[in-house]
Design a protein around this ligand. Structure first.
Ligand code: ATP
Length: 512
């Protein structure tokens, strides 16, 4: 049986050391999580798979890692200072704060209709659209919410609502010892801007020709109004993003290619069930200021239903154009030319010299942007399985793709009080570990059955057991199994006898 609620995943993660609440012994810090011993392995494995697919296996990509502390002008000209906002609202009675569109989403259809009627707009089940409409006249919205008896989901009673307003989600921080109004920087809200402001550096140092891309993985920070649903919505998150630069005119076709490629990646490499994935096309009127088209890859999370795993946007020439000086003399697309702020601070023109046509152009950008934490959560939800075994026993097993498993092999001695068996098991652990780049563990802390269950629960694909036969001490003097071990498969629980000198090759083949 698969996971039917996020609680099962949260509980496994805490119990087995995947993920802990951040700053837990001081009561936590909302929207932060710490990755434990197994969590960090799983997360690194996911990031490695992504990097391999998107950087190493292609011939048109470069990777970078840019600073988290970001000059305020980067986020001014990107449009984040003005536009990276969420709508919020407070209930004066319960003192609770909500993301306004989420509050509308949690109302019954009757109340939603009443809100629209009282405000004087068409009834709709589109809570995001309705929140945008109401924000156009916050005073009138306050009256409408009161008249429609909009309910506070925390106590189920009509709330005493403030006017809805917008809230900028970027974290500011002081840089240097002098605290004045100008000496602040932002913690980046996305990794993307690091790629745009380094466009020229990468282009000049690699001599790339269009189309080519820049990839980056790393932390981003968003002061989410209501962080919730475990790793799904956090304030300190990690992203894996690509900015793929193309000739204007080729953007729409290439956008489609990335959607298909990444949909397949989540299925084939991360192991998500295609049936639990779908595509969500953003409505034109709800697109971000930079986007011509955005398609989200959605995963059906237990407890949450379908929600965003990755967004793939056609960001046009917005970012390169907006970060360039002398915009009036650049061939910008109409949206960017009209809406981008005149740039008075940039020292560069982020253009590309199109040799065949002998002119400078501003490339368009296709951006596949995925969340590492949401990827980890999806992989855990997909892999979680409770099984009833013959004889009525139960086991929890994480059927992770072997490439994602935190531990690849556990080497276990059948008897921990037999020094020769222990020594052999430790020797095999060392042999498998050497130069392998994977985590192999030795464990003798319980009886063999219990050790198998523990490894099943954290998704270890193989358990190698050293027993009396390995040492040539088989029953009735049988030495036919000397220098062999048993290898137990996590999913089938079948055991195979393998020669020690063939073990490494056996494991490697099956980890692929
Ligand atoms: P949402 O609509 O869920 O707030 P978004 O559309 O703002 O997300 P993007 O800006 O497209 O998200 O960011 C790219 C990816 O980063 C998302 O698809 C998601 O996987 C991840 N992400 C964004 N915000 C968060 C968050 N607060 N917590 C965890 N992951 C996040």
């Amino acid at each position: 049986m698969a996971a039917d609620s996020l609680d099962q995943i949260v509980s496994l993660c805490k119990r087995r050391g995947f993920i802990f609440p951040g700053s837990e012994i001081y009561g936590g810090l909302q929207g932060t999580f710490d990755y434990g011993p197994l969590g960090v392995e799983l997360k690194n494995n996911l990031k490695r798979l992504w990097w391999k697919h998107n950087v190493y296996e292609r011939d048109d990509m470069e990777g970078i890692e840019t600073a988290l502390l970001t000059n305020k002008y980067v986020l001014r000209y990107s449009g984040h200072e003005a536009g990276f906002v969420d709508p919020l609202i407070d209930n004066r009675t319960t003192k609770k704060r909500f993301r306004f569109d989420h509050l509308l989403r949690d109302q019954s259809l009757d109340i939603l209709d009443a809100i629209a009627r009282e405000f004087g707009t068409e009834p709709t089940s589109d809570h995001e659209g309705l929140s945008m409409t109401l924000l156009k006249d916050p005073a009138k919205a306050e009256v409408a919410l009161k008249a429609a008896k909009c309910v506070d989901p925390t106590d189920g009673k009509p709330g005493d609502w403030t006017q809805p307003r917008t809230f900028n989600m970027m974290f500011k921080t002081q840089v240097g010892p002098v605290a004045d109004d100008e000496s602040f920087a932002y913690l980046r809200p996305e990794t993307a801007q690091g790629m745009f402001v380094n466009f020229k550096n990468v282009l000049d140092s690699t001599n790339r020709k269009l189309p080519f891309g820049i990839a980056q993985q790393g932390k981003s920070f968003r002061n989410e109004i209501t962080p919730r649903n475990f790793l799904f919505r956090v304030r300190e998150l990690e992203q894996m993003e690509i900015e793929y630069f193309v000739m204007p005119g080729e953007d729409e076709r290439i956008h489609e290619e990335w959607i298909e490629d990444h949909m397949n990646w989540w299925v084939e490499e991360v192991g998500l069930d295609r049936e639990k994935l779908n595509l969500h096309e953003h409505a034109k009127e709800k697109l971000s200021h930079y986007s011509k088209r955005t398609v989200d890859i959605m995963y059906n999370f237990p407890s949450l239903g379908f929600d965003e795993l990755e967004g793939i946007a056609n960001r046009t020439d917005w970012d390169l154009g907006s970060h360039s000086r002398d915009q009036a003399n650049l061939p910008l697309s109409p949206n960017t030319a009209e809406k981008a702020m005149k740039n008075e601070h940039s020292t560069e023109k982020l253009t590309y010299f199109d040799q065949p046509n002998n002119k400078h152009i501003v490339p368009f950008v296709v951006e596949p942007a995925a969340g590492v934490d949401r990827g980890v959560l999806a992989a855990l939800c997909e892999a979680y399985c409770e099984e009833e075994l013959e004889g009525g026993d139960k086991r929890t097993v994480l059927k992770l793709k072997p490439a994602l498993s935190p531990i690849k092999v556990a080497v276990l001695p059948l008897a921990k009080n037999k020094p020769d068996i222990v020594a052999k098991a430790k020797e095999i652990k060392k042999m498998l570990q050497a130069d392998s780049g994977m985590r192999v563990v030795y464990d003798d802390s319980a009886a063999i059955g219990k050790l198998y269950r523990r490894q099943d629960e954290v998704g270890t694909p193989f358990c190698v057991t050293v027993d009396f036969d390995t040492l040539g001490l088989g029953k009735d003097g049988d030495t036919s199994l000397t220098d062999t071990v048993t290898v137990r498969d996590r999913d089938t629980m079948q055991q195979e006898r393998i020669r020690i000198d063939e073990l490494e090759a056996y494991v490697r083949k099956r980890l692929r």
